[in-house]
Design a protein around this ligand. Sequence first.
Ligand code: GDP
Ligand code: IMO
Ligand code: MG
Length: 423
Amino acid sequence: MSNTIIVGLQWGDEGKGKIVDYLTEGSEVVARAAGGSNAGHTVINGGQKYILHLIPSGILWPDKLCVIGNGVVIDPLGLLEEMATLRGQGVVITPQNLLISENAHLTLDYHKMLDRAREARRGENAIGTTGRGIGPTYADKIERQGLRVTDLRDPSKLAHEVEWRAALHNQELALAGYGPVNVPEIVAQITDAAEKLRPHIANTVVVLNEALKAGKRVLFEGAQGSYLDIDHGTYPFVTSSNTTAGGACTGSGVSPRRIERVIGVCKAYTTRVGAGPFVTENDDIGDLLHGMGREFGATTGRARRCGWLDAVLLRYAVMVNGCDEIAITNLDGLDSLETLKICTHYELDGSIIAYPPPTVEEIARCKPVHEEHQGWQQDLSGITCYADLPARAKAYLDRIAELAGARVSLVGIGPARAQTLVA
Ligand code: GDP
Ligand code: IMO
Ligand code: MG
């Protein structure tokens, strides 16, 4: 393994957690660099199911260092809850294997209230956020009025720091019929959380760069997906961070010159949670997958919208992220289908286009240009090596690689760690 960024190529939930877990063995450090507890990464191993929100999936491997980088927004109470749940599942978490950046911004209760208030205000144009306070936390960061992890170090100042920020937000909350912010409650909650998190706080930029200097290999665990990226996604139906590969560098303080490999993760079909355009959306596939008990969100439990594989999205995401390779997960979800479709291009107002247009209004007008493939109609879940995949499954994967412009290096045929094939 080399220093590698794992990034989602669709709208999140591509199976990044599973791929990171699979690749962690070959790395010494696993870092998160963007997003917050809007993420939900599922890892199934040894018959246990783990859902990670803020903590890198590498935590499931003993002796790996996990880092929550400066670009992440941290809900301190959510983080403690996640630590407790994982410990309850037998995972060891100590200041030796989990470090939190002192520069990461804090998501507080009022950010979650603002998230709800702003979604309510948007009405039928609501984004369908996870309600985890992500947008308002990043907005405070950009407005230079955020509270950071380092501010937890001096509890004597917290009351003052929360007080003036709450006063600012109370005006907006009152207009929306929310609030006011309960300052003493927030201060009590984060004072307690600060006590518990303090041993984990570090200058993670130095830690990561020293680790690299010592020859250790770092795996960057992407959160969300390329089309939820604040710059490159289907704005405004996006999250509030840079979820594409560049975000791994700014969100960790590691130079792009240290990155050796970028692996994009995508499903063998497409899913999306939340609102926004979705060119290949197809209710029949949704019904099929939901009927199999699949495609319900790991964070909110919402049924994910489903559709055919969209190679227009993949092509652009592979370009923006500079992917050398792609990992295709959930191939087994298509096992029963007689015919599969791949969207190779869009038709927009009579023109055939190869990349997604910039506005959601244009994307909503796009019609998918599909090609059909014969299904393999075989249970793939027990296959243990790539060569044993049916020819039709291999042809489907080869075509995806060709359309996306990157080679397929890993294939998922089930949720467990072992159900990963190296191509
Ligand atoms: P992430 O947010 O990108 O880590 O993905 P999620 O964990 O939110 O969603 C991916 C879902 O697909 C989870 O339920 C995984 O357990 C599951 N999964 C991942 N890869 C595969 C696969 O190859 N086959 C099957 N059947 N499930 C998979
Ligand atoms: P992982 O890391 C799927 C979506 C929300 C909503 C939009 C904005 O598990 O792939 P936010 O709460 O971030 O302000 O919501 O982004 N979203 C995700 N969808 N997977 C995720 O993370 C997501 N994180 C945010 O559903 O549409
Ligand atoms: Mg997820």
